[in-house]
Design a protein around this ligand. Structure first.
Ligand code: ARG
Length: 466
């Protein structure tokens, strides 16, 4: 590329006071073009808005502005066509584009950088990028939530064991379990929406850090770029990367939810549990063991969480202890965010596919729900309700019934009335109505409980909110 620089000459953008060019190592550590070229569209949009405002305010001529806008649009098509040559000597996307603009339109290009600095420029480009990524994430989470709502609706009555400590606790419905994830991803989506609102302020015009003496109109550029308003403090504007940290925090929490789900999918799809069957589209075979169907996609979603959490810790560590305002350390923000965004998108997409496609093995869930004395609490509750026992005594009596069933190798519902009456004389045959798993789940009608009637209400509430 005819960018006017070579190894020996100094940088054409800021090289005025430098006698010789950067050493190869300096060039390598300094350059960000390898990754910040991703910001080309945002950089060009920002420059067009800036040049338009400069011309409106009479800071540059309309003629120069027209040349600049035309040149920038040409560069946009060159980059999109793959014919633009990026140069590491020009450090970053901002200077690559500006140098090309100079080649295309000559001296007018030099007027574009009036009243701005790369510090507010990069803050703008990156904010625009993160905002778009958050909007994309919001849509992807909506798709995942709707996949879960579909499965919850089909399985509002499907009984499965509910677990605490991964030990059978009480029967629940699979629909209810699905709705637990709807709540989690719903909170993630709310966090995304809040973050979009939070970052919706335009940095451009903060200049290097102190603002500028040119009569610029920051409200005009904010509006042109789709921001609610301009940022209020120029020093904060160029040193703030909260929006990137917020994106990474949200991504980490969301990835953590995804990895818990991934873990459940891994467990549920084992032959021992057999609660679900993954579709062929989201599993792989073993190269040596022909019987195997491996949940690789779920395992990789679980693993991506490590990467995403790593990005959050990396950027927190970069920002920690940085004095105000801009420091070059901050150039390290982008790769973390780009990598986490790519991983999160992939993880949400894979999970949405898995949830949509998985086969629910109701018979296996039902059989497991009835084992492990899962209705013991129902027996205790019956003793409280029908025989007037204090809950602590009922708990003790039920413990004796479980011990007897364990000795006989049967479920609670299989004990005879005589057996139960020997444990407590107040027990009548009515107790068998609550010992079935269906009766157990149907009775849990408290708000947010597992009863199919409640689960259907929660599904309807979420349907109204999408
Ligand atoms: N490539 C830089 C970054 O990503 C752009 C800002 C450079 N500013 C500066 N004063 N050197 O942060």
């Amino acid at each position: 590329m005819a960018d006017g620089t070579d190894q020996k000459s100094s940088n054409q953008m800021w090289g005025g006071r430098f006698a010789s060019g950067p050493s190869a190592i300096m060039e390598e550590i300094n350059a960000s073009i390898g990754f910040d070229k991703k910001l080309y569209a945002q950089d060009i949009r920002g420059s067009i808005a800036h040049a338009t405002m400069l011309a409106e305010k009479g800071i540059i001529s309309q003629e120069d502005k027209d040349k600049i806008v035309h040149g920038l649009n040409t560069i946009l098509s060159e980059i999109e066509a793959g014919s633009f040559e990026f140069s590491r000597k020009l450090e970053d996307i901002h200077m690559n584009i500006e140098a090309r603009l100079a080649t295309l339109i000559g001296t007018a290009a030099g007027r574009l950088h009036t009243a701005r600095s790369r510090n507010d420029q990069v803050a703008l480009d990156f904010r625009l990028w993160v905002k778009e990524e958050l909007q994309k994430t919001e849509g992807m989470l909506t798709a995942l939530i709707s996949a879960f709502l579909g499965r919850a609706e089909e399985n509002a009555d499907t009984v499965m064991p509910g677990f605490t400590h991964l030990q059978t606790a009480q029967p629940v419905t699979f629909g209810h379990h699905c709705m637990a994830y709807v709540e989690m991803f719903g909170r993630d989506r709310a966090r995304v929406r809040h973050a979009i609102e939070h970052l919706d302020e335009s940095p451009i015009g903060a200049a290097a850090l102190a603002g500028t003496g040119y009569p610029i109109d920051r409200h005009m550029t904010a509006k042109a770029l789709g921001f609610r308003e301009p940022t209020r403090n120029s020093i904060d504007t160029v040193s703030d990367r909260d929006f990137a940290l917020e994106f990474l925090s949200i991504a980490s929490i969301c990835a953590t939810h995804l990895s818990r789900l991934a873990e459940e999918i891994v467990i549920w799809s084992t032959p021992q549990f057999g609660f679900i069957r993954l579709s062929d589209a989201f599993s792989t075979g073993s190269s040596i063991m022909p019987q195997k169907k491996n949940p690789d996609a779920a395992e990789l979603v679980r693993a991506k969480t490590g990467r995403i959490n790593g990005s959050l810790v990396a950027l927190l560590t970069v920002m920690k202890g940085l004095p105000l305002a801009y420091s070059k350390d901050m150039q390290e923000d982008k790769e973390q965010v780009f990598d986490a965004a790519e991983s999160l998108e992939l993880a949400i997409a894979a999970m949405t596919g898995m949830i949509r496609d998985l086969e629910v093995r109701k018979d296996r869930m039902r059989a497991a729900a009835g084992s492990g004395y899962s209705t013991a609490t129902d027996l205790a509750d019956w003793l409280v309700r029908e025989a007037g026992l204090p809950f602590r005594d009922a708990h003790h009596v039920t413990g004796n019934a479980v011990a007897l069933a364990e000795k006989k190798g049967c479920d609670l519902a299989d004990l005879s009335l005589e057996d139960l009456q020997a444990i407590h004389p107040a027990i009548t045959s009515g107790v068998f109505d609550v010992l079935s798993v269906e009766a157990s789940v149907a009775s849990r009608t408290s708000f947010g409980g597992t009863a199919p009637s409640e689960v259907k209400k929660q599904i309807a509430w979420w349907r109204g909110r999408n």
